[in-house]
Design a protein around this ligand. Structure first.
Ligand SMILES: [Cu+2]
Length: 286
């Protein structure tokens, strides 16, 4: 062989009088197993395609996305599903064809054709290396862009009084304990509620802690999820952009009733929120 490459092996050399690249592809596609796997890939791909929308529909059943963060998360879920479909379809196509196409019916009936050697197939090796690299690179770049977008929308770990915006963010102290959530509003005479009240379009800043074990504060439709650790406070923020009733759950296994450690979020218009706060504990102090 003319030049040594990474993909050479000890296997017998392939004939050197190979047809041109397009001819080779045409020759490869003309093989029954290759054509069957290609057709299966396309068919399975189209069958899987609606999954991207079904997953979004399932996520949106309770009113999501209710914040810019959740919009970013849904975009990621949608595009990661789309991008993974061709590879998933190909894997299933090979699997299905391997189960049916190369099945040995009985010992008297040997397989019609032998499966092709993949290990020494240079085109195949190059293709899966390149495709995997491109996909992995896409995931890394997308992940970094999305992480930056989500951090920008959740105020990172910047103290509340240094947050951007003309209006002071709403501060909520979130406490998890086996197996309830409690919400305290320092700006409203320390009003305390078992349901999380938020104001539509007003940034909210959460100080999250726990009284006993590690919990995880998950405001589902807002796309907020952060550990609640005993003896320490974790901070995050979000801006609810949709009025409605949403869900809080615990996302860290925390004991017997972990699955029932949930409550609701009420995102209210400005005046309704102020009225609710007055009812819960007192007037606005800051
Ligand atoms: Cu918990």
């Amino acid at each position: 062989m003319a030049h040594q490459t990474l993909f050479d092996s000890d296997e017998p050399e392939a004939p050197t009088n190979r047809p041109a690249a397009t001819g080779r592809i045409r020759e490869w596609v003309s093989r029954p197993y290759a054509r069957a796997i290609l057709i299966l890939t396309v068919v399975i791909g189209f069958v899987l395609l609606p999954l991207a929308w079904l997953i979004l529909a399932a996520m949106n059943q309770t009113g999501a996305p209710a914040s810019p963060i959740m919009e970013e998360i849904e975009k990621t879920v949608f595009w990661f599903t789309i991008v993974s479909i061709p590879m998933t379809a190909f894997v299933f196509a090979v699997l299905v064809y391997s189960l049916l196409g190369w099945k040995r019916i009985s010992s008297d009936d040997p397989p019609m054709q032998e499966s092709p050697a993949i290990r020494t197939n240079r085109t195949g090796t190059i293709m899966w290396t390149v495709v995997s690299s491109v996909l992995a690179f896409f995931l890394v770049v997308w992940g970094m862009i999305e992480l930056a977008a989500i951090t920008a929308n959740s105020y990172g770990t910047i103290p509340a009084d240094q947050q951007p915006g003309d209006e002071q963010p709403l501060i909520v102290n979130v406490t998890g304990q086996q197996w309830v959530w409690t919400f305290e509003y320092p700006g409203y005479d320390g009003a305390t509620t078992p349901v999380l009240y938020l104001e539509k379009d007003r940034p909210v800043y959460f100080n999250v802690t726990s009284k006993d074990v590690i919990h995880n504060f998950w405001a589902v439709e807002l796309g907020v999820k952060i550990d609640a650790n005993p003896g320490a406070a974790t901070q995050t923020g979000v801006t609810p952009t949709k009025a409605g009733v949403f869900n809080v759950r615990c996302a860290e296994l925390c004991g017997l009733h972990h699955a029932y450690m949930e409550t609701t979020i009420e995102v209210l218009p400005k005046e309704v929120f102020a009225a609710a706060m007055r009812e819960m504990g007192g007037g606005k102090t800051s």
